[in-house]
Design a binder for this molecule. Structure first.
Ligand code: ANZ
Ligand code: ZN
Length: 691
C-alpha cells in the first residue's frame, strides 16, 4: 500500500472501476426500492467551473448514499442544448449552432467525469437530439388537440436588440431585456401559447403538499397571483351628471370594495375596447396621442414605479357614476392600468391606494379617506386596517367586515359579483429563432393552420442555413424548409418557422430518461409510474418560477390525458446556493459565472489535490442552500483532512493485515483497534442522520 495519500492514483482507478462495474447504472425493471435523484439538466456552456462542482456534488452524494443503502438509484444526466447563446455564437463566428453546442457538451461531459460525479451515461438526453425533438413536437400536438396550444395575436414584448419576442420573465423590472439591456417594446404579433391559465388554481393549490423550500413555493404563489375580489359596473353619466340607462357601465375589478365611498375617479387602460366610445369630442386629440404613446411600451416598463417613466394619463372628458355615493366622477386613461389584468379598468381610491394617490395629486382629483389611519400616520395613501370613515353604512367596520358587506350590497343591487383573478398569463412559447425545436404546424391558404401528421415528425432543422446579423431566424429564408404539403388538402403549404421556447424541452425531459432510445413513444407510462415523481430534484433557485412551474403544468396535462399516474413531477426540491467570488470586472462579490469573469476552473485543484478535496471543500464552504464565497486558502485544509483520514485507515488496515487478520472482515481486530472501529460506526450513524 502506498505510504502517502495519492488522489492522482486513487481517483482515476475508482472512476474506471465504477464505469467497468457499471456501479451507477440501473435497469428500469431491476427489483428493489427505487430512488430517482436528478440535477436539472444543464445548459452546455462548456467546461464546469467550481460553482458547478458544488451543484453536482450535492446530487452525487445523494446518489451514492442511496446506493450504499441498497436502493436502486436512477441518476441520469442530459443537456438543455437548445437556446440563444449557441445561435449568437453562430451569428458572431459562423460556427453552426449544432457544432458549437456539441463541442460544449463534450467539454462539460468530460469535466463532469473528472469531477467524479456518477451518472448512468447510457441515458443521456439532449433537447436538440432529433428523437427528443420528435416527442417534444408530439406533445405539442397533443396539447393542440386538447385545446391547450393555440395561436393568437397578442401584445408581446419585443426586444429590438435581440430581434425577438421575450417572455415576461425575460424582461427586467425596469423594462429592459435581461440579455441585451435594450428597452423592450410592445408589439401585436401572432404567437403560440400554452394555456397554462387553465391550471392556475391547481398549480396553486397543489403547492401545499410539495416538500419544497418555502421560498420557492412563495415565489410560485406570487407569480400565479390569486386575487379574490369583486367585479362590478360603474354606470356611465350624462353631461349633466345623471346616469345613462341606454349603455352598459364600465366593469371594474377591485380587491377593496370596502373603499367604494372613496372612489373619486375611475381609470381605463389605454387599450380598453371602449376608449373610443367613451371619449368626449373635446378630448379626442389628447386621448389619441396618449394611446399611441403608450402603445410602444411594455407592460413591465409601465408597471415599474418611479424612474423616468412615471405614471401618466389623460382625461376622457366623460364621467361615470360611483354607485356607492351616486355621484359622477371623472373617467381617465392611465398607463398603470393594464388591459391584461382583471377587466382593464379600475375604481380609483386615492385615500387607500398609493398609485391612485399619485395620479389624483398630479391631475387635481379629490382625495377622500375611507379608512381611518392610526394616530400619528404621516404617509399619503393608507392601505392598512382601521375603522371605515366617510362611508355611510360602512362606517366603523374594519376592512374584512366592510368588504363582506360591500360585496353583499353590490350583488343585491345587481351591479356585479365576487370573482377570482390570476396574475398568471398563458405561456408564450414561440420564438423567432433558429436554434430551437420547430413547431410542427403548416399554413395552407385553403385550410388555414394545420398540424403536421405524427408520422412526419420530427420536423428537423436544416443545416444549410445562413445566420443574419439582425438576429432574424434563417428558417424564414430557407426555401427547402418552408415548402410543405398541407395534410388536409394535399396542396402547397408553408411551414411554421417559429421554434419553441427552451422551457418546453425542459418541461418533460425527466420523463424521457427511462426510455431515452424508444422510437415508438415519448415515455413509458408504467416505468414513469414506477420511478417518478422524482424523489430529489436539485437545481438553482433561478429556476424557481418558470422551469418548475412549466414542468408542473405539463405533468398535470399529461396526467389528465391519462398517460401517467402522478400529477406533480418533483416530490422534493433542493435549491442549492451559489458560489460567489469577487469579479475582476466590477470588484464586487458576484455569482461565479463566465460573464462575471470570476470563474475558478476545477482542473488546477484536481491536479494538485484531487477531486475529493474540491468536493469536500464545496461541502464545507457553507450551508448547502446558501450562497458562499470562494477562497483559495481553505483548500489545503481540506486536503490535509483527507490525508489524515487516509493515514488513519491505512494504519489500521495494515496492522490488521500484518497480524494475520482477514482483510475482508473487520471482526477479530486487535483490541486497540476496536475503539477505532467504534468511531467509524459512530461516524456512519451521524452522517446518516445528517443526510
Ligand atoms: C380599488 C382599490 C382600493 C384597490 C385600494 C386597491 C387598493 P391585486 O391584489 O394585484 O389583484 N387593479 C385592478 N385591475 C387592474 C388593472 N387592470 N391594472 C392595474 N391595476 C388594476 O390588485 C387588485 C387591485 O389592483 C384592484 O383593487 C385595483 O385597485 C387594481 F385601497 O381597486 B383596487
Ligand atoms: Zn390545405
Amino acid at each position: 500500500m502506498a505510504s502517502t495519500y495519492r488522489p492522482g492514483e486513487i481517483e482515476p482507478r475508482w472512476q474506471q472501476y465504477w464505469l467497468d462495474e457499471r456501479t451507477y447504472e440501473v435497469d428500469n425493471d431491476e427489483p428493489g426500492e427505487t430512488a430517482y435523484v436528478l440535477s436539472m439538466y444543464p445548459y452546455p456552456s462548456g467546461p464546469a467551473h467550481i460553482g458547478h462542482v458544488r451543484n453536482y456534488t450535492f446530487g452525487d452524494l445523494l446518489v451514492r448514499y442511496h446506493t450504499m443503502n441498497g436502493k436502486k438509484v436512477l441518476s441520469p444526466i442530459g443537456f438543455d442544448s437548445f437556446g440563444l447563446p449557441a445561435e449568437n455564437a453562430a451569428i458572431k463566428s459562423g460556427v453552426h449552432p449544432r457544432v458549437f453546442t456539441e463541442d460544449r457538451i463534450a467539454e462539460l461531459s468530460a469535466s463532469l467525469r473528472r469531477i467524479g460525479a456518477v451518472y448512468d451515461w447510457r441515458r443521456q438526453v439532449c433537447s436538440h437530439d432529433p428523437e427528443f425533438m420528435r416527442w417534444t413536437q408530439w406533445i405539442f400536438k397533443r396539447f393542440h388537440e386538447a385545446g391547450l396550444a393555440y395561436r393568437a395575436e397578442a401584445p408581446v414584448n419585443w426586444c429590438p436588440g435581440c430581434q425577438t419576442v421575450l417572455a415576461n420573465e425575460q424582461v427586467l423590472s425596469d423594462g429592459t431585456c435581461e440579455r441585451s439591456g435594450d428597452l423592450v417594446e410592445r408589439r401585436e404579433m401572432e404567437q403560440w401559447f400554452y394555456r397554462i391559465t387553465d391550471y392556475a388554481e391547481q398549480l396553486l393549490d397543489d403547492l401545499d403538499d410539495l416538500d419544497w423550500p418555502e421560498r420557492v413555493k412563495r415565489m410560485q404563489r406570487n407569480w400565479i397571483g390569486r386575487s379574490k375580489g369583486v367585479e362590478f359596473a360603474l354606470p356611465i353619466a350624462d353631461a349633466d351628471g345623471t346616469q345613462r340607462s341606454d349603455v352598459a357601465g364600465v366593469a371594474v375589478f377591485t380587491t377593496r370594495p370596502d373603499t367604494g365611498f372613496g372612489m373619486t375617479f375611475a381609470v381605463m387602460s389605454p387599450e380598453h375596447p371602449r376608449v373610443d366610445e367613451l371619449t368626449a369630442d373635446t378630448q379626442r386629440g389628447a386621448v389619441e396621442a396618449f394611446v399611441a404613446e403608450v402603445a410602444e411600451r411594455s407592460d413591465i416598463e409601465r408597471l415599474a414605479s418611479g424612474g423616468a417613466l412615471d405614471k401618466r394619463g389623460v382625461a376622457t372628458g366623460s364621467s361615470v357614476i360611483n354607485p356607492f355615493t351616486g355621484k359622477p366622477i371623472p373617467l381617465f386613461l392611465a398607463d398603470y392600468v393594464l388591459m391584461t389584468y382583471g377587466t382593464g379598468a379600475i375604481m380609483a381610491v386615492p385615500g387607500q391606494d398609493q398609485r391612485d394617490w399619485d395620479f389624483a395629486t398630479a391631475y387635481g382629483v379629490d382625495i377622500v379617506r375611507t379608512v381611518q389611519p392610526p394616530e400619528g400616520f404621516e404617509g399619503e395613501a393608507y392601505s392598512g386596517d382601521g375603522p371605515a370613515i366617510n362611508s355611510d353604512w360602512l362606517d366603523g367596520l374594519g376592512i374584512d367586515d366592510a368588504t363582506a358587506k360591500a360585496i353583499d350590497w353590490i350583488e343585491s343591487e345587481g351591479l356585479g359579483s365576487s370573482t377570482v383573478n390570476y396574475r398568471l398569463r398563458d405561456w408564450l412559447l414561440s420564438r423567432q429563432r433558429y436554434w430551437g425545436c420547430p413547431i410542427p404546424m403548416v399554413y395552407c391558404d385553403a385550410c388555414g393552420v394545420q398540424p403536421v401528421p405524427d408520422d412526419e415528425l420530427p420536423i428537423e432543422l436544416p443545416d444549410d442555413v445562413e445566420f443574419m446579423p439582425t438576429g432574424q431566424s434563417p428558417l424564414q429564408f430557407h426555401e427547402g424548409f418552408l415548402a410543405a404539403t398541407c395534410p388536409n388538402c394535399g396542396g402547397d403549404a408553408r411551414r411554421e418557422t417559429d421554434t419553441m421556447d427552451t422551457f418546453v424541452d425542459s418541461s418533460w425531459y425527466f420523463l424521457r430518461y427511462l426510455t431515452p432510445n424508444d422510437d415508438t413513444k415519448p415515455f413509458d407510462s408504467q416505468l414513469c409510474d414506477r420511478w417518478l415523481p422524482v424523489d430529489q430534484y436539485i437545481g438553482g433557485v433561478e429556476h424557481a418560477i418558470m422551469h418548475l412551474l412549466y414542468a408542473r403544468f405539463v405533468t398535470k396535462v399529461i396526467y389528465d390525458e391519462g398517460l401517467i399516474g402522478f400529477d406533480e413531477p418533483f416530490a422534493n426540491l433542493f435549491t442549492q446556493g451559489m458560489i460567489c467570488k469577487k469579479s475582476e470586472r466590477t470588484g464586487r462579490l458576484e455569482v461565479m459565472s463566465k460573464s462575471s469573469g470570476n470563474v475558478v476552473p476545477p482542473e488546477a485543484i484536481i491536479e494538485e489535490y484531487g477531486t475529493d478535496t474540491q468536493r469536500l471543500y464545496t461541502l464545507f464552504i457553507g450551508p448547502p442552500e446558501r450562497d458562499a464565497e470562494w477562497t483559495d486558502r481553505a483548500v489545503p485544509g481540506c486536503y490535509r483532512f483527507l490525508q489524515r483520514v487516509w493515514r488513519q485507515f491505512r494504519r489500521v488496515i495494515e496492522e490488521h493485515r500484518d497480524s494475520g487478520g482477514d482483510p475482508g472482515r473487520t471482526d477479530g481486530l486487535r483490541p486497540e483497534f476496536e475503539a477505532f472501529r467504534r468511531r467509524v460506526h459512530e461516524t456512519v450513524k451521524k452522517i446518516t442522520a445528517d443526510f
